[in-house]
Design a binder for this molecule. Structure first.
Ligand SMILES: Cc1cc2nc3c(=O)[nH]c(=O)nc-3n(C[C@H](O)[C@H](O)[C@H](O)COP(=O)(O)OP(=O)(O)OC[C@H]3O[C@@H](n4cnc5c(N)ncnc54)[C@H](O)[C@@H]3O)c2cc1C
Length: 480
């Protein structure tokens, strides 16, 4: 296993092409725009060496029997699934943001199940290839970005119907030694500070979309790969100081990219699906359900920080005992714990797959994420209510530090005199950054937009059974 420093050192050895705000980033570890995201991911390495978290952060490889970082593990029990959720909540509490490594973790586990099914149907050997790749991931402890989402162009059209064929990643050449892929992956969390990416298909496919049915592992600095770093709310504050960032150490959300794949060669041993279009939907749903499981883990960890910040703001404002404030704080906890309950439940109700690994209860996992698309907004709304309007009107950090203005700001932004004004300002900035713009959009669209969960819930619900429950009590003849 690598520790946090070793992880950072390992990134220095890579040479991804990363564009950001009109320039090239030379070192993602050192550049102020990417460094906080690296710090956040580094905690997934560092905490694996902390005896307090060893049980959550590490696992035993079912391939080798060796101790590994849990983020490289293939779930071997429902207990593993539960530990994943608890681990994510714990890291969310420490970072207050996305620590990025779960996407690849889920992509690997989804591939473990789906490659087994492809091989069973077609007699291919993707599962064996994946097992070898996963052993390599476990041995080296690399971070793998989970790359499912294509740019998608016209959402009403299938990949092969798009005006531009590259709007979904596709195979443009099949060679004796491997394949060549072209296209792009959008919204790629943690991509620039990952070692490799695991690309998966993003939607169900028909026979005419055969070339779009591709899953493969690609180094982030492979020839032809270009990353364009996404802009986040308030990100330029990183260049100014630390107070206005709110969470200067770890930033907000995961540092997403548009990752372009310009005719990238992938050797066969890194290809895990190539043309089996009828299993693309299976791939998508398996990945999505694992990924939706997470939202009652990491987002609840983040919510724990928001709740703590709101409770602190109430104290700084001098009204922690007001009944409506206490009610609102209790409501926030209730919402957060409801998400957590769902994630624990979908894990505890998981089952063993044909491949031998464990998989979540999909109905419950999709319910978690659908809740999250509303709950994080409501938690943030309540936090804004408690904090007061100054989270939207505070002066610049530079003025707070200036000789002329410091005194005025310190005097007139004071709350309860027992607390320094700077603490009140710092907490407000943390809340502002954790509850606005980019942070909230991630709760909405990360792991799929709400409708995607509704479709899964519609499909996974046993409607006939429910109707029969009612019919029996109403003494109406049932069909069964
Ligand atoms: C912060 C963040 C991090 C992310 N990280 C990753 C990552 O690491 N890896 C990864 O692969 N992906 C990642 N994603 C992508 C995420 O999975 C997508 O954003 C999500 O699937 C929605 O896709 P979209 O953004 O293209 O939205 P759209 O698909 O454009 O959705 C917009 C709206 O249109 C609706 N819509 C879309 N298609 C149709 C249709 N055919 N018919 C009717 N309505 C439709 C949707 O329901 C939604 O309401 C991330 C997203 C965010 C915001």
């Amino acid at each position: 296993m690598m520790n946090g420093q070793q992880y950072k050192d390992s990134l220095r050895k890579l040479h991804p092409i990363v564009y950001c705000n009109g320039r090239k980033i030379e070192s993602v570890v050192d550049d102020p725009m990417t460094a906080p995201h690296v710090n956040s991911a580094a905690l997934t390495y560092e905490l694996a060496f902390d005896p307090e978290y060893e049980d959550l952060m590490t696992a035993t490889s079912h391939f080798t029997g060796k101790k590994i970082n849990r983020f490289t593990h293939v779930h071997q029990s429902t207990e593993d699934l539960v530990k994943k959720v608890k681990m994510m909540r714990m890291i969310g509490q420490k970072t207050g943001t996305c620590f990025q490594r779960c996407v690849g973790f889920d992509a690997l586990n989804a591939s473990y199940i789906t490659t087994y099914k492809i091989d069973k149907k077609y007699g291919t050997d993707y599962h064996e290839r994946l097992k070898k790749y996963m052993q390599y991931v476990q041995e080296t402890d690399i971070m793998v970005a989970g790359s499912m989402t294509d740019p998608k162009g016209d959402r009403s059209k299938k990949p092969s119907q798009q005006a531009d064929p590259d709007l979904f990643v596709h195979v443009v050449e099949r060679r004796e030694d491997g394949i060549v892929v072209r296209g792009a992956k959008a919204h790629q969390t943690g991509m620039v500070n990952s070692h490799e990416m695991l690309i998966l298909p993003t939607t169900n496919l028909g026979p005419e979309d055969k070339d779009y049915a591709v899953a493969a592992a690609i180094p982030v600095d492979a020839p032809g790969v270009i990353h364009i770093f996404g802009r986040q709310t308030n990100e330029n504050r990183r260049l100014e100081g630390d107070i206005d960032c709110g969470n200067a150490e770890y930033a907000i959300v995961g540092g997403e990219t548009l990752t372009v794949l310009n005719d990238v060669f992938v050797p066969w041993d890194r290809v895990f699906m190539c043309g089996e279009y009828d299993l693309a939907q299976e791939f998508v749903e398996t990945f999505a359900s694992y990924h939706r499981q997470n939202y009652g883990g990491c987002k609840v960890g983040v919510a724990d920080v928001i709740i703590g910040a709101a409770a602190s703001m109430a104290e700084y404002n001098g009204c922690p005992k007001a009944s409506h404030i206490k009610d609102k704080l209790v409501e926030m906890v209730h919402l957060a714990e409801s998400m957590h309950c769902c994630s624990i439940a979908c894990s505890a109700m998981g089952h063993k797959t044909e491949a031998g690994s464990y998989y979540v209860d999909t109905l419950l996992a999709n319910t978690v994420k659908l809740n999250c698309t509303k709950t994080m907004y409501e938690i943030s709304r309540l936090a804004h209510d408690i904090a007061g309007g100054f989270i939207a009107t505070l002066p610049y950090e530079a003025d707070y530090r200036s000789e002329v203005c410091h005194g005025y700001i310190d005097k007139y932004f004071a709350g309860d005199a027992r607390f320094p004004t700077e603490d009140r300002i710092r907490m407000a900035r943390l809340l502002e950054n954790m509850t606005g713009g980019t942070a909230l959009a991630e709760s909405m669209h990360g792991a799929g937009s709400p409708q995607a969960m509704r479709v899964m819930i519609q499909r996974e619900t046993n409607w006939e059974q429910k109707k029969n429950f009612a019919k029996r009590l109403a003494k109406i003849k049932t069909g069964d």
